[in-house]
Design a protein around this ligand. Structure first.
Ligand code: TYD
Ligand code: MG
Length: 458
């Protein structure tokens, strides 16, 4: 093998140099040089020896496009987010904040795959000792002999273990602890993280073994976290949620083998992550009917409609500036809605604190929840509850008008399924045809009109 050598590459201007500079000699930026291995391109002879396929341009119709082989998983919510199952030879990155439950989820999945007799599974941890993993496994009730565990961070050693075990699935927890000899920089640096991921990707494609990688979202944001890996891996999943709440959303943000923006919902219990097949019911379970300041929004998480409760509390500012606090909704969106409520609906909010919260620790980003947020605030101001059988869908515009949202039919169906009898939706030229049975769809043009309809008469 010809030797690979290390170079330093400026992330800003692309200048390559055999030695490290604190400041790039070409563009003058500081701290932009990152170590990279320059692997020599394999020669044709080399390829033959290594058994790599020779590439050959092929007319498009002659290329075989067999349906992707996808191995279903016993955990339906996880399989859904992957696009139906695990694709052999794929590299999947699971990102998320530390402590959110990534190791727990992958240990559960690893055990299920091993139990399913698909083949042995190798779980490589660089974060915890085998004993710690064993303790977690006991807690999760996992005890399959086909699940092999090793504590290792050295990539070359990991690959040697893999040759020996010949697993069907490899889990590497986490990418930030793994390192390769080919680079001198420390584990967790951008160069190491990228190089290890690229090597695992190549290896997965060559052997057809699926690889799951854990990546922590680092405090500094994108640096050496899952973001720098997104283009290397096939699939990127994020496990999200509030650490103080039990619910976790598993979201796919990139998937070379399936749809993105699929979402799986889990609950963190003492026995691990449990699938939640009917999330809307769970999120509404603790709802207090007839309490002022609460409204139900029908939001979409990927292709899946989800009903969430939005709560608002408005109280007189005791001193200084009025405060606005948004939990689970976008802060700037709340400011906008407060302004629209003041100017277009005539609510007096300039000397009022406004707090908004989405129940269950959920974060809802879409504008379609605007209407529910605004109605919840109005309900709290007037101290009058929202009718209990009413759900809300709609984006609010700056003139106080309601704007159409996507996937109305799916949203209405979910509202009907959960027993709501009426739903306020934005008026549109096209009449709503998709009204499910038992649900009265009420088109409204403005926020003012919606507030008038929504609040229970005193
Ligand atoms: P972990 O999977 O270690 O998080 P990550 O790998 O993303 O850093 O999960 C950590 C948290 O999950 C920890 O605070 C304890 C909690 N937990 C449970 O609530 N139930 C369980 O069964 C397990 C294993 C962990
Ligand atoms: Mg972990």
């Amino acid at each position: 093998m010809s030797k690979s050598r290390t170079t330093y590459v400026c992330q800003k201007c692309g200048r390559r140099s055999p030695r490290y500079f604190g400041r790039c000699p070409s563009c003058g930026e500081w701290n932009t040089m990152v170590e990279e291995v320059e692997a020599p391109a394999p020669s044709p002879r080399h390829r033959r020896i290594a058994g790599l396929p020779q590439s050959r341009p092929t007319p498009l119709p002659e290329i075989r496009a067999d349906g992707l082989e996808r191995v279903p998983l016993p955990m339906a919510e996880f399989a859904r987010v992957l696009g139906g199952g695990v694709v052999p030879g794929s590299l999947v990155l699971l990102g998320g904040d530390p402590g959110i439950g990534k190791s727990t989820l992958l240990l559960q999945v690893a055990a299920m795959v091993a139990d399913d007799r698909k083949g042995p599974v190798l779980y490589v941890s660089g974060e915890e000792s085998a004993r710690q993993i064993k303790m977690r496994a006991d807690r999760l009730g996992v005890q399959t002999p086909r699940l092999l565990v090793v504590t290792e961070t050295h990539l070359e050693t990991i690959l040697r273990h893999v040759e020996e075990v010949k697993p069907w699935l490899l889990v590497v927890d986490s990418i930030q602890t793994a390192y390769t000899d080919a680079l001198e920089s420390a584990p967790g640096s951008i160069s190491q993280v990228r190089e290890v991921a690229a090597r695992l990707q190549g290896w997965a494609k060559q052997t057809g073994v699926a690889v799951f990688l854990v990546g922590h979202v680092t405090k500094e944001g994108a640096i050496a976290g899952p973001k720098v890996l997104e283009h290397i891996v096939d699939t990127v999943l994020y496990l999200e949620g509030d650490r103080f709440h039990a619910y976790r959303l598993l979201r796919s943000v990139k998937n070379r083998f399936g749809a993105t923006s699929e979402v799986g919902v889990f609950e963190m219990r003492s026995e691990g992550l449990v699938e939640v097949p009917n999330p809307s019911e769970v999120f509404l379970a603790e709802r207090m009917v007839n309490a002022p300041g609460s409204a139900i929004a029908v939001t979409m998480e990927g292709t899946r409609p989800l009903l969430v409760e939005v709560q608002a509390l408005v109280s007189t500012t005791s001193f200084g500036h009025p405060r606005r606090t948004a939990n689970g909704v976008d802060f700037n969106r709340l400011l906008l809605l407060v302004a629209v409520l003041s100017r277009r609906v005539g609510l007096r909010l300039s000397d009022q604190d406004v707090f908004v919260n989405v129940v269950g620790g959920l974060r809802v980003e879409e504008p379609a929840v605007d209407l529910a947020v605004a109605v919840a605030v109005a309900s709290s101001v007037h101290d009058r509850p929202v009718a209990a059988d009413l759900a809300f869908i709609g984006e609010v515009g700056l003139s106080g008008e309601l704007r159409a949202v996507s996937q109305l039919a799916a949203r209405l169906k979910e509202a009907a399924k959960l027993g709501f009898r009426r739903c306020l939706v934005p008026w549109s030229r096209r009449p709503v045809e998709e009204a499910p049975e038992g649900l009265e769809v009420i088109p409204v043009r403005s926020l003012r009109e919606a507030v008038g309809l929504a609040l229970v008469k005193p």
